[in-house]
Design a protein around this ligand. Structure first.
Ligand SMILES: Cc1cc2nc3c(=O)[nH]c(=O)nc-3n(C[C@H](O)[C@H](O)[C@H](O)COP(=O)(O)OP(=O)(O)OC[C@H]3O[C@@H](n4cnc5c(N)ncnc54)[C@H](O)[C@@H]3O)c2cc1C
Length: 557
């Protein structure tokens, strides 16, 4: 007979992070940081309930003088020792998918400013890292941003009304000259090295990230593993189950990429399309088919569909890689925006929009605010200029407010090509060697296969495809499944899907996880005291009944 008593029980992690992108790294790093920097101001603290709850356990930045007031009691002391593991579907390292996409699209600079990063130390950690490594030459100034919002009308009003520094007209200036230093784009190499430095500083490198794709999450008492009927998470991956007391979901846009399939009438919804793919599925750029034709000296034509930065990057890259002509179709008019979100959501301290967002009465209102702030896809001025240059040299044909309505794959002796029809129709549009869809990803929590069990056993409200989480970014008050990144947009605001939401999400989650484990400890202590009291009572009873010794009642526990 095998000695079953010697079999080891499966390990139960304190925290399992699903998704090792920037948001997952920000949570892991924040859980290990003893002295996090202030990311909220005292004004925000006064105004918002979720901050009120933790006001004493986090440093706050005073609005008037910028001084940071430290917390009354030590911060997050217990979370540094937590056993953390991260599971990622595509890589066994932090930000693997991020790095792969940047390399694939040949992107040199991020779109976001310097204070959007993953370090919990302080707001200027990335800037500090750039200077400490003598890499300030890897920062690219963002033009038309600082001071832009001071219109001629406002300047005239300021002159005529002699507004003082604290008057209402100045309050409308979103990005102060003093913050100019923040409005630079870091290079991808710098950002990526900074992420690596953060992971290394918090001992999150060796073996913390495992390449496993999550297929199901459930939360219940696990027979043979739970102690004292403690409910645990069973995270089922393609490699088997992992058990955890708390789970953080940081899966980015999460869903499958969306391709407008209605245009491909000859193909069923599940059939794969030849010589066409979504931007997130690109392995090499341009595709091998296009490269072979280029090497054979054939004229090549590529169709790019989409209105966001990725579409512009792909058009630009295709031309730089030698594709003869690129056609770029956009459903809407071209939107030129420096960032994914409006500038008013980005400023460093006066985050008025964020305050309106936190104070909104309903999730519907919040959803509308997020949608209004993000709009559809947009292209920063730097890339718009590149597109205009390609257009003037005849390498690019850009058609806005044009939809792809039909695409037929035609095979000739020269190989397969796409014959397309658009609305409005474009006369003389050629056949294409390849179609790239930079059409984004529609996030819908209801369509995520690995959340179906949680949605059935612990249902919560959903709005616009997003879960209505608690203010602590928890699934439900009694379910310690935390969510960050795009799926948490109804709580984090318009910058939630970007790096802008990474630190805010991490801060809220770390504080809630700390509270969760403190609560568990308190409960353990109480049940320990009750057990000890029961034992005392039993010993006393045994003595009174003449079965036990009086001295055993006196033993100290
Ligand atoms: C080309 C490109 C450039 C961008 N540039 C910027 C920029 O400059 N600034 C900015 O703020 N934002 C930028 N963004 C937006 C960017 O996606 C986010 O800022 C950032 O990636 C969000 O991080 P995240 O961790 O939430 O998601 P992601 O980076 O998408 O990470 C999610 C991770 O979850 C994993 N995952 C998903 N499902 C599962 C599963 N079932 N099991 C296990 N793992 C899973 C994925 O493999 C992935 O590694 C850019 C996006 C793209 C595509």
């Amino acid at each position: 007979m095998p000695d079953t008593s010697r079999q080891t029980l499966p390990h139960v992690h304190d925290v399992v992070i699903i998704g090792a992108g920037p948001c997952g790294l920000a949570v892991a790093a924040r859980l290990r940081e003893k002295a996090p920097g202030a990311i909220f101001t005292d004004e925000e603290h006064r105004r918002h309930r979720f901050l009120h709850r933790y006001g004493r356990s986090m440093p706050l930045k005073q609005v008037r003088n910028g001084r940071v007031t430290c917390c009354g009691r030590p911060t997050a002391s217990d979370t540094q020792d937590l056993d953390i593991t991260a599971l990622d579907a595509t890589h066994d390292d932090w930000c693997g998918r991020w790095n792969k996409l940047f390399k694939c699209y040949n992107i040199e600079y991020l779109r976001s400013p310097m204070f959007w990063h993953v370090s919990p130390v302080d707001r200027d950690a990335l800037l500090g890292y750039a200077y400490s490594q003598n890499r300030e030459n890897e920062l690219l100034e963002i033009h038309h941003c600082v001071g832009k919002e001071v219109s001629k009308h406002m300047r005239k009003r300021t002159r005529t009304q002699k507004c003082s520094a604290h008057s209402a007209c100045n309050a409308r200036v979103e990005i102060n000259e003093r913050d100019r230093i923040d409005y630079f784009n870091p290079s991808q190499a710098l950002f990526s090295d900074h992420c690596r430095a953060v992971a290394s500083r918090y001992h999150l490198c060796d073996g913390v990230v495992k390449k496993e794709s999550v297929q199901d999450i459930s939360f219940d008492v696990v027979q043979g593993i739970s102690v004292n009927n403690e409910p645990l998470f069973t995270v089922t991956t393609d490699r088997g189950p992992q058990y955890a007391r708390t789970v953080v979901l940081s899966v980015g846009p999460a869903n499958q990429p969306s391709i407008p399939r209605h245009a491909f009438k000859a193909f069923s919804a599940t059939e794969s399309l030849p010589q066409a793919c979504h931007s997130t599925q690109i392995e090499t750029f341009p595709d091998a088919v296009v490269r072979t034709r280029m090497t054979n000296g054939q004229r090549t034509k590529v169709l790019v569909i989409g209105g966001g930065l990725t579409s512009a990057q792909l058009s630009d890259l295709a031309i730089r890689k030698g594709v003869t002509k690129v056609w770029h179709l956009m459903r809407s008019p071209i939107a030129i925006k420096t960032f994914d979100v409006e500038l008013s959501w980005m400023s460093k301290y006066r985050n008025l929009e964020q305050a309106y967002f936190y104070s909104a009465d309903t999730d519907e209102e919040r959803l509308q605010m997020v949608r209004a702030a993000r709009g559809g896809g947009s292209i920063p001025p730097r890339y718009h200029k590149k597109l205009k240059d390609h257009i003037s040299r005849g390498r690019l044909e850009l058609r806005t407010e044009t939809k792809l309505v039909n695409a037929q794959f035609v095979t000739t002796e020269a190989g397969g090509r796409w014959k397309v029809e658009t609305e409005p129709a474009i006369e003389g549009i050629p056949s294409f060697d390849f179609i790239y869809f930079a059409t984004g990803i529609e996030t819908d929590v209801a369509a995520l296969p690995y959340l179906q069990t949680m949605r059935e056993t612990h249902p919560i409200d959903e709005m616009g495809g997003l879960p209505c989480l608690t203010e602590q970014l928890k699934w439900k008050d009694d379910v310690p499944l935390f969510v960050t990144g795009r799926l948490a947009s109804l709580r984090l605001g318009a910058a939630g899907p970007n790096l802008g939401g990474a630190r805010t999400g991490a801060e809220r989650i770390a504080l809630a996880i700390q509270e969760h484990f403190e609560e568990c400890k308190r409960e353990d202590r109480i049940s320990g005291d009750i057990a000890a009291a029961d034992k005392d009572e039993n010993e006393w009873e045994r003595f009174v009944l003449g079965r036990g010794s009086k001295y055993s009642c006196l033993v100290e526990h």
